[in-house]
Design a protein around this ligand. Structure first.
Ligand SMILES: *[C@@H]1O[C@H](CO)[C@@H](O)[C@H](O)[C@H]1NC(C)=O
Ligand SMILES: *[C@@H]1O[C@H](CO)[C@@H](O)[C@H](O)[C@H]1NC(C)=O
Ligand SMILES: *[C@@H]1O[C@H](CO)[C@@H](O)[C@H](O)[C@H]1NC(C)=O
Ligand SMILES: *[C@@H]1O[C@H](CO)[C@@H](O)[C@H](O)[C@H]1NC(C)=O
Ligand SMILES: *[C@@H]1O[C@H](CO)[C@@H](O)[C@H](O)[C@H]1NC(C)=O
Length: 796
């Protein structure tokens, strides 16, 4: 400045003066400014010169000079730049006169944000470099502000303001997100400027599969859902890949809005495998794998019917099945479940995983039938049945012998089991049936049986018939015999027990039934001189053993079968008895231990057709006429004891049996009591009183006994004597024994006092008691009349 002033005064003492206004200039880069050069005095030229000394012509680039009037010239600097700075000179000339002035032009840079973008994005965790490029001259000082306060790097180590003015945040967090202000100051000018920018912190996605393993079933039209949940900032987009191919929404796949759920439609086995879900955003991407397991229900893929021939070594049934997991195969038949490797009636079951074979060894015709193959795995099962056909030669069964008689048709049945079905032919004596001259033979062929119906016409129709069954595999024949049935043999009458109005007949079944079962028995009987009465008894099960009859009089039994009548058994003629009083019981007497007691026993004889009511016992010492009081003994007893008798005395005992018809003759016995023992002298019953009279009495008795003995002997041997006389005159009866002899010979007389229709009953063996329906006057029951006997009713 001082120099310029000096120059001005030295070069232009008074002639002309030049002045530049403003005297100096500062121009911000890019701005424009002008300077006015004023001259005092008359001048011809006013010129401006650049700092480099170059005269500025009318208009150079960014520089312009214009002469506004005689004394002023204007220099305009457009869009100043750093190069524009320097000393500009204005020179005024008029001839020899010349004057000049200079002006120093300074160019400066004001605060300019060259790069301070907003928003600026970073990834969480990274070291963020927040850009704020600002220039000025002189260079600015920069401070950063966030949430209204200045960031002080000294206080938070994560922050650092770099030499270039950038703000560095180490390990930027989501919480660091927000508005940041970059402020620049130039002290020299007091200039200040700022820029606010948005800092965005992006977060790398995270992704998590809801299930790492998904199970699905193939081929049933089902869908599988795979799902991954993603997180991050900005919200990530989820995509899916399978075998490195990105899956697109379509027929096979569908995705939800954010892609997090993938639905695989109509799952097939080929869909099995790993699927990848990928979450992607600005910060990056993350992926996760999900496995899809596809299970396949078992399905039997091969199974065929088989045919085997009986006695083949083996037959193998094969079953193939697919499925995932590999199915296990099992076999069963209608009656049996096979287990692997077992030996069952020789069949062996051998199974393999996907193919299983059931081996049946030593084929029998019974193996034919259905077999079931069952394939099963963890998700299901499939089963199918297969039919094993076994071909076998005919097997003949049936009852060999059949019975019939002339004109009665009978069937020979030839039961044939064969596969394939056998054809059956019948032969008789080597010739095929039916032959031309047989009209009495019919053949009924059914699927499993052939009936040969024969109506015998003569003897030659009986005999052997040959049934021959034939199929592809062979033939079998069997003889059937047609036997002429005979009439049953006569039933053998075992026992006949005649009673007053009935008889019990016991007979054996006929020895020979003639080949056909006995159907019924016929019983015939008659009263002398009358017609035969007859009755038939069917032989049904209930009466099989009841071949016992009660009937009246003469009778016979015959057995009949079907239409054949058996011959009558020999006629048995029996007569029933009159009902009468019982026969006299047979007596026996013993001296009892006491010596003066007697024990009397008797044996029941014929009861006269009626039950014995009781026995009447009476006794007396032989030498006295009076009888002791009668003792009544129940009919079931067959003995009695007589006590307190006189010592050494002969006693006579009578026992009479009584039924409703009356009393029997007495059974008689005589016995002497023992002598009084001498060891007991003075006994009340002693024989001390036995005087001469007693001895005489004894002698009389002995004599009498001798007499009776002789008489009895006479009576039995010669039918004479006193007793005979008494018996004939008093009782009018034959001697004992005749009656029972009569019974044995069945010659008892017929009585007419009963109804003519005899009562005929069938009874079981154990009831032998005489018929109780005989009309009898009812007896007053007393202690000696057993009710049980009467109340027992016969069973029909
Ligand atoms: C899928 O199947 C496997 C094998 O059967 C089984 O272990 C697993 O638990 C199943 N997973 C699901 C999610 O059902
Ligand atoms: C197997 O045999 C059965 C019974 O004979 C029959 O119904 C079925 O059709 C047969 N199956 C095949 C595949 O031949
Ligand atoms: C023999 O068998 C055939 C066929 O079942 C039948 O029609 C006929 O009546 C039988 N004949 C006799 C006597 O049973
Ligand atoms: C059938 O007739 C022939 C000749 O006429 C005879 O030889 C044969 O015995 C007869 N057969 C029968 C079963 O009658
Ligand atoms: C049955 O007849 C056939 C043919 O005549 C013969 O081969 C077979 O031996 C006969 N069978 C019997 C058991 O007699």
């Amino acid at each position: 400045m001082d120099i310029f002033l000096y120059l001005f005064f030295f070069l232009h003492p008074a002639a002309i003066q030049v002045q530049i206004t403003p005297a100096q200039g500062e121009i911000s880069v890019g701005e424009s400014k002008f300077f006015l050069c004023e001259v005092t005095g008359e001048v011809k030229d006013i010129d401006w010169y650049t700092p480099s000394g170059e005269k500025i012509l009318h208009s150079m680039q960014d520089l312009s000079v214009s002469r506004s009037d005689e004394v002023t010239s204007t220099l305009t600097i457009y869009h100043a730049n750093v190069d524009s700075a320097g000393i500009y000179k204005c020179v005024a000339r008029d001839g020899e006169k010349e004057a000049q002035a200079t002006v120093q032009v300074k160019i400066f840079q004001k605060i300019t944000f060259q790069s301070a973008p907003s928003p600026q994005e970073f990834t969480e965790g990274d070291t963020a470099d927040i850009v704020c490029n600002v220039v000025s001259s002189p260079p600015p000082t920069i401070i950063w502000k966030h949430k209204g306060s200045k960031i002080q790097a000294s206080k938070d180590v994560r922050y650092k303001i770099m030499a270039n003015g950038h703000l560095q945040i180490r390990g930027i967090k989501k919480t660091d997100e927000g508005m940041y202000t970059c402020e620049a100051r130039v002290m020299a000018r007091g200039e200040i400027d700022f820029k606010t920018m948005k800092v965005v912190v992006n977060v790398l996605p995270t992704i998590r599969a809801r299930q790492f393993e998904v199970n699905a079933t193939a081929d049933i039209g089902s869908s599988a859902l795979l799902a991954c949940d993603a997180d991050g900032f900005p919200d990530p987009i989820v995509t899916w890949t399978h075998n490195n191919v990105v899956l697109e929404e379509g027929d096979k796949y569908s995705l939800n809005e954010d892609g997090s759920e993938l639905i695989i439609k109509d799952v097939m086995k080929v869909d099995e495998g790993d699927y990848t879900c990928i979450a992607k955003n600005k910060a990056g991407e993350k992926s996760q794998e999900v496995s899809l397991n596809v299970f396949v229900q078992p399905k039997i893929t091969y199974l065929n019917n088989k045919t085997a021939i009986e006695f083949d070594e083996e037959v193998i049934l094969t079953c193939e099945a697919s499925g995932d997991p590999t199915p296990t195969i099992s076999w069963s038949s209608e009656s049996k479940i096979f287990t692997e490797g077992e030996t069952f009636n020789k069949p062996v079951a051998v199974f393999h995983a996907r193919v299983s074979s059931l081996t049946l060894k030593n084929v029998q015709f019974t193996y034919a039938g259905q077999y079931l193959c069952i394939a099963s795995n963890s998700i299901g099962q499939d089963s199918q049945s297969v039919y094993l056909e076994v071909r076998y030669s005919p097997k003949i069964q049936g009852v060999v012998a059949s019975y019939t008689w002339e004109k009665n048709p009978a069937n020979l049945s030839c039961e044939v089991d064969a596969h394939p079905e056998a054809s059956v032919v019948w032969f008789k004596d080597g010739s095929h049936l039916p032959s031309a001259n047989t009209t009495n033979v019919k053949i009924y062929n059914m699927p499993t049986v052939s009936y040969l119906e024969i109506t015998p016409e003569s003897q030659i129709d009986f005999g052997n018939y040959n049934c021959t069954a034939t199929n592809d595999l062979g033939s079998e024949s069997k003889e059937f015999i047609l036997i002429q049935a005979d009439v049953p043999s006569a039933p053998d009458i075992q026992q006949v027990e005649p009673f007053s109005s009935t008889a019990m007949v016991e007979f054996k079944e006929p020895d020979s039934t003639g080949g056909v079962p006995v159907l019924k028995y016929k019983v015939e009987w008659r009263f002398p001189g009358e017609e035969w009465a007859r009755k038939e008894y069917s032989k049904d099960d209930g009466e099989l053993c009841s071949n016992i009859f009660y009937l009246g009089f003469t009778f016979s039994v015959s057995a009949g079968s079907s239409r054949l009548k058996g011959c009558l058994s020999c006629k048995h003629i029996h007569k029933t008895e009159h009902m009468r009083e019982p026969s006299a019981p047979k007596l026996e007497a013993n001296v009892a231990d006491e010596g003066n007691s007697l024990r009397v026993t008797w044996i029941k004889q014929d009861d006269g057709g009626l039950p014995i009511i009781h026995y009447l016992v009476k006794y007396k010492a032989k030498h006295v006429p009076e009888w002791k009081p009668e003792i009544r003994v129940p009919s079931l007893s067959e003995h009695t004891t007589l006590n307190g008798l006189a010592w050494n005395t002969e006693y006579e005992v009578h026992v009479v049996a009584e039924n409703q018809q009356g009393r029997s003759e007495p059974g008689i016995v005589s016995i002497k009591t023992a002598a009084q023992p001498t060891a007991i002298p003075g006994s009340a019953h002693g024989g001390s009183g036995l005087g001469t009279g007693a001895i005489v009495g004894i002698l009389i008795v002995v004599f009498f006994l001798l007499l009776v003995g002789v008489d009895v002997t006479c009576y039995f041997l010669n039918k004479c004597g006193l007793l005979m006389c008494i018996a004939v005159n008093v009782c009018g009866k034959a001697g004992p024994g005749a009656k029972s002899k009569d019974i044995e010979e069945g010659k008892a007389a017929f009585t007419k006092d009963e109804s003519k229709e005899p009562i005929v009953e069938v009874r079981t063996e154990e009831e032998h008691s005489p018929n109780q329906e005989v009309k009898t006057p009812s007896s007053e029951p007393n202690e000696t009349t057993p009710l049980t006997e009467i109340s027992r009713r016969p069973r029909l």
